[in-house]
Design a protein around this ligand. Structure first.
Ligand SMILES: [Zn+2]
Length: 471
């Protein structure tokens, strides 16, 4: 390997060489979605970034083992332990039960995950499957004296965990002063958070479990600590999430896990930056939170969106627009056509480009510098020398569907689409070569039109004809 992988670690605020505990099983945990509404591009950008992380790890000879959770139990709509439960709200609005809502949106999320060619997690952990493990962890925190009880739940006392502010570099005094106005609950410190919420007799809450002889449900943060403990074990190598997770969710995960198990939760913390859309924060009322289906209806492949994501860096603030998506679509079409050309040239066995293609180390070097995909993309655009092996390497890193395609007839993605396309186009190209030799240009034009039904056109090059995709 020419270079070593380095990653920016939120824990130390430094870019560090990556050293896993066990290269044959690099333990990774990704905070997953709350499944109460359709996931939008902002949600999916996160998983697209982490897909590249997995593939780059593999390229460096590591074997990742990744767990992703699905929050299918309601948690409160704000970090401040109040507000309405998201899932219960979703159910009320759609006239479905909370269980139906969770099931429906989990399926939708996983379907879109597939459409983006993302590596399937080794474990998909549903929060509702880990309630006994949540309670075991809470019990442990109670026994160790990290909790207190109020009329509405069991809280983690953050003043008992001296490192609480460290991860997010929080100023707790400032937090206290700022919170004084609205800080009226029985919480001892503004940063304390709920581990388990009691359901009041007057309250309607469909998802409920018994603990301490009362019905209740878990707080937002506990599931991640419980799932990590039971699927991976502390410390894990890499914990990923969005930067909005840093000050509350991940800070609380660390507090719970490290207080209970007295081991570091994770060695590397990776956080991706916010995604805005059309210049503004993504919000329902603005209608700028496109789903993948929205983009498909506008004629874009989910993989065009993936291309768009990799044009920037995961730690940069990004602004999505349909205009920039169009540019990504054109770039991806261009790459697919370059692949198609390499494929045909190598079929004809007259490829002279192999020895000049970009080297493996030129591709991996920028990626090993904290996943700089944009630099690799620029390199690809700026070279004329590629071969099929090169494109296979690119595809195994970015999974942009460069060899695959959508077949209108069967309405499905075909894995070796390029081969299938070539089989369809070859006889037509042969006939067209004959027509041209006979100077029968009407027939030659007719054959060009015939290719259109397969979404293809033909390019006349000094080495003969090459079929190309139209879109
Ligand atoms: Zn989490």
């Amino acid at each position: 390997m020419p270079t070593k992988l380095t990653l920016y670690n939120t824990l130390t605020r430094k870019t560090e060489p990556f050293k896993p505990l066990d290269p044959t099983k690099v333990k990774i945990y990704t905070c997953g979605p709350t499944v109460y509404s359709s996931p939008h591009i902002g949600n999916f950008a996160t998983y697209v970034y982490w897909d590249l992380l997995l593939r780059v790890l593999k390229f460096n000879g590591f074997t990742p083992y990744r767990v992703l959770n699905l929050t299918d139990v309601g948690h409160l709509s704000s970090d401040a332990d109040d507000g309405e439960d998201k899932l219960e709200k979703g159910a009320r609005q759609s006239g479905k039960t909370v269980w139906e809502v969770a099931k429906y949106y989990s399926a939708e999320f996983l379907r879109d995950f597939k459409k983006l060619n993302l590596i399937e997690p080794d474990v998909i952990a549903k929060a509702t499957d880990y309630i006994p493990q949540d309670l075991e962890l809470i019990q442990k925190l109670i026994e160790k004296g990290f909790t207190y009880e109020t009329h509405d739940g069991i809280y983690f006392d953050t003043s008992k965990f001296p490192r609480y502010a460290d991860f997010a570099r929080l100023d707790l005094n400032h937090l206290k002063a700022g919170a004084r106005v609205e800080f009226s609950s029985e919480k001892r410190n503004p940063s304390d958070f709920v581990l388990w919420k009691f359901i009041q007799p007057s309250e309607k809450h469909d998802m409920r479990w018994d603990f301490l002889d009362r019905p209740g449900y878990p707080g937002w943060h506990i599931e991640c600590s419980a799932i990590i403990h039971n699927t991976l074990g502390e410390p894990i190598d890499i914990h990923t999430g969005g930067i909005d997770h840093i000050p509350v969710h991940h800070t609380n995960e660390i507090a719970q896990s490290e207080a209970a198990f007295e081991r570091k939760l994770a060695n590397y913390w990776l956080h991706c930056n916010h995604l805005t859309s059309e210049g503004q924060k993504i919000s329902k009322s603005l209608g700028n939170g496109y789903t993948l289906s929205d983009l498909e209806e506008k004629g874009y492949s989910p993989l065009d969106f993936k291309m768009w994501v990799y044009q920037g860096h995961y730690r940069s603030e990004r602004d999505f627009s349909l205009e920039s998506l169009e540019a990504a679509r054109v770039r991806r079409l261009n790459w697919r056509n370059r692949v198609a050309r390499c494929y045909q040239e190598e079929q004809q066995n007259d490829s002279k480009t192999a020895e000049k293609a970009i080297s493996f180390s030129e591709i991996i070097e920028p990626l090993n510098e904290d996943l700089n995909s944009a630099q690799v993309f620029a390199l690809i655009d700026n070279t004329n020398y590629t071969n099929l092996f090169f494109w296979q390497t690119i595809e195994s890193l970015f999974a942009l569907g460069l060899f695959e395609g959508y077949e209108q007839e069967s309405e499905m993605y075909i894995e070796n689409f390029i081969e299938k396309t070539s089989q369809l186009a070859s006889p037509i190209l042969k006939k067209r070569a004959m027509a041209r030799a006979e100077k029968n240009y009407a027939e030659s034009d007719r054959l060009r039109d015939e290719l259109k039904q397969y979404n293809l056109t033909v390019l006349d090059t000094p080495n003969g004809q090459i079929w190309q995709y139209i879109k």
